[in-house]
Design a protein around this ligand. Structure first.
Ligand SMILES: [Zn+2]
Length: 181
């Protein structure tokens, strides 16, 4: 399903969110967000999106932050808050709030020094893993990332079928199975 969220108020910017939710519990919901749909499609930046399909990573699925009992409205709230954080970063240069960053390559490519480190320490990246991450040789950092995610760092983009659906303003929604990559 597709929703338009305006978490900053009706005069504020819109987050156009396409959600793929299945009844069975085997596959966790997926969602993609666009700042603009229609003729000029613009997906949100890829910060805190999943590899490789650039779907929204609003929270750790294993954390219990959202369960099916919480319902779809609560899920949209998570995605809308993610959009607010993305706008904050676009405006001020850093991502607000807790975040997960498990390896050096990911952190040094995507984390501002003012953001939470992501290792679990709860202190800013600049005061935590920043110096250590800089020392890690590129090849080792790349290998560490590939071992964690099973693919190369660059390999992350919104699937064509979803971009095309956004171009039609969701007049034609992709088949649910095509949303699971
Ligand atoms: Zn750290």
């Amino acid at each position: 399903m597709a929703v338009e969220a305006k978490p900053l108020g009706l005069d504020g910017p819109a987050a156009h969110i396409l959600m793929g939710v299945r009844e069975d519990e085997t596959i966790f919901p997926r969602a993609w967000a666009f700042e603009r749909i229609g003729h000029q499609v613009r997906p949100f930046p890829t910060k805190h999106t999943n590899f490789p399909d650039a779907s929204i990573c609003a929270f750790d699925p294993k954390s219990g932050a959202w369960t099916r009992e919480d319902g779809l409205t609560a899920l949209v709230d998570h995605y809308a808050l993610w959009a607010v954080k993305s706008w904050h970063r676009q405006e001020f240069g850093w991502w607000p709030g807790p975040q997960i960053g498990k390896c050096a390559l990911y952190r040094r490519n995507e984390f501002d020094v003012r953001e939470w480190c992501g290792c679990g320490s709860g202190i800013p990246y600049g005061f935590c893993h920043y110096q250590r991450d800089k020392q890690v040789p590129d090849e080792l950092a790349q290998r560490e990332f590939t071992a964690l995610f099973g693919l190369d760092y660059q390999n992350r983009q919104t699937p064509t079928v979803i971009v095309e659906a956004a171009r039609t303003r969701w007049k034609t929604l992709p088949a649910l199975d095509s949303l699971i990559f």
